[in-house]
Design a binder for this molecule. Structure first.
Ligand code: UN1
Length: 509
């Protein structure tokens, strides 16, 4: 059993108190200290974090600007090797990192394993991509001239990451930016600084120079807005809400500084379309996984299930049965399927939507919470809708909506899905290839999954990212991702000029 050694080791980490602080040039800075409490045992402290101030944020960017030239001139193989050694370090520290993901972010143990693995995969994948892509390309030109093109870092890159993948997405952004030769200011989510801090410490152990990455735990006012309004920031990688992406976009546009690209990976209003040829048992397995794994706190998660009316009764009956089987509770137990949501604010927002839907008589099924839970738990719940357009915003939690449709309505529901403006994931369940193709050809969606679940994109296998309100691309974990973090240098040399190419001249001697 692969779990036995993990379980034994996990115990050692369970009551540890972790520490995080702004880290600039390898120095931990002092400031306002906040306690980090566990989201499912509210009286348990997990550690402490020092939040960065606006002044420290400004100084960090000074520091990173100075370090850029040296890091950008470091051979790409050296930078890639740091990522590969980081991946090894993460694997060695798997139990501690899993414990942190559970204690700080409320992740289930299985999600913790997946999280560390994804972080490892990002490091190895971007290292490999960088080694290939940074090769100099020689271009044809007239005699007496040499022309080359190669990639370089852009400057100081800002990486702003979410709490729902506090290690994988944090490191995915940071490793991509660093391997391309950028220096990086990283702002982890306010809720998950401790795991980000451990990650940076492991990167230093893996040989990352101390002056090329600054970690700034803190909030939007002291860190986020200071970073995005600084004219020296050469690019931003952001994963989080669509609303925050718009704020960042406006801040970047208002600067008189460099015209900086923004790589945004934001929300979704993700649907699954099921037609009457689908297998109800398979559908329900994939629906429950896509909607309730990680307590629905994935931007890829299923929010609206469209079932063709001929099989709707059977599908709903199976859904109720499957939801009744979900284990809700302490994410540190292996048998737990659904843990807490991240914090009180998240729970209150979900609860408001749930109350409204219940009051409107829309309830299909709800898994009751067991007695005695102490944390930000939300019951997995399913509601009936007439149309996806009734949803005003993304509900980032274990809340599923179901719409039934008739054959003649297929194009209408596709139009409705497109009209949300989001375009992240879509599931299709059908044994009719024509139907799947028909849908696929009409939707504006980044990741389409046919006859399977629609979460858990694997790095290098299912490059992940949306369009429209869901993000800019290029896709994380895909072959084009690094291209947004670089600039291109074209170098043209007149090889006939005196001293222009000494070896060529000497050939004539
Ligand atoms: C997110 O939830 O912010 O496919 C994005 C998946 C994950 C999604 C990450 N890669 O489920």
């Amino acid at each position: 059993d692969q779990w036995l050694p993990l379980q034994a080791e996990l115990k050692n980490w369970w009551d540890k108190q972790w520490q995080a602080a702004p880290l600039v040039g390898g120095n931990r800075l002092a400031g306002e200290v906040r306690k980090v409490m566990c989201p499912y045992q509210l009286s348990h402290q997990v550690g402490e974090v020092v939040w960065a101030s606006a002044e420290q944020t400004h100084d960090a960017i000074d520091h990173l600007s100075a370090a850029f030239v040296g890091w950008n001139a470091t051979p790409v193989d050296t930078r890639a090797a740091v990522l590969e050694r980081t991946a090894d370090k993460l694997e060695e520290h798997m139990p501690e990192l899993m414990a942190l993901c559970t204690r700080e972010a409320g992740k289930s143990l299985q999600d913790g394993i997946d999280e560390v693995r994804e972080a490892v995969d990002f490091c190895r994948y971007y290292a490999l991509q960088a080694r290939q892509r940074f090769a100099t390309i020689t271009l044809p030109g007239p005699t007496g001239e040499s022309n080359e093109i190669y990639l370089q870092g852009r400057g100081v890159f800002a990486c702003i990451s979410p709490w729902n993948f506090p290690l994988a997405i944090f490191l995915g952004q940071v490793s991509a930016a660093l391997v391309c030769g950028n220096t990086v200011v990283a702002k982890p989510a306010e809720q998950t600084s401790l795991v980000a801090m451990r990650c940076v410490e492991l990167m230093h152990e893996a040989g990352l120079p101390k002056d090329v990455l600054a970690l700034l735990p803190g909030d939007g006012a002291q860190v986020g807005s200071v970073v995005t309004s600084d004219p020296r920031i050469a690019g931003v990688a952001f994963t989080g809400s669509t609303q925050t992406a718009h704020i960042i976009n406006r801040a970047l546009a208002a600067r008189d500084g460099a015209i900086a690209p923004m790589i945004a990976e934001t929300g979704g209003q993700n649907a699954m379309i099921v037609d009457s040829t689908a297998l109800p048992e398979q559908v329900i397995k994939d629906v429950v996984h896509s909607a309730f794994q990680s307590a629905g706190q994935r931007c890829s998660a299923l929010r609206v299930l469209f079932v063709q009316e001929d099989i709707a009764e059977r599908v709903l009956e199976l859904l109720k049965g499957a939801m009744a089987e979900l284990n809700i509770g302490n994410p540190g137990y292996r048998a737990t399927d659904v843990g807490p949501v991240i914090d009180a604010e998240a729970r209150a927002g979900l609860q408001q939507h749930i109350d409204k839907m219940k009051a409107a008589g829309r309830l299909i099924a709800e898994t009751p919470l067991p007695e005695g839970l102490d944390g930000y738990f939300v019951s997995p719940v399913a509601f009936r809708l007439d149309s996806i357009s009734e949803l005003e915003k993304e509900q980032f939690g274990p809340v599923l909506h179901v719409v039934t449709w008739r054959n003649k309505d297929l194009d209408k529901i596709i139009d409705d899905i497109n009209a949300t403006g989001f375009g992240l994931t879509l599931g299709i369940h059908s044994r009719n290839e024509d139907t799947a193709e028909h849908i696929d050809a009409r939707v504006r969606i980044g990741n389409v999954y046919v006859n399977r679940n629609q979460i858990g994109a694997v790095v290098g296998v299912q490059p992940f990212g949306g369009q429209g309100l869901s993000g800019t691309g290029p896709k994380a974990g895909g072959p084009h991702y690094l291209l947004r973090f670089v600039t291109e240098r074209t170098r043209t040399i007149n090889t006939t000029a005196v001293g222009g190419n000494a070896s060529l001249l000497s050939l004539g001697d």
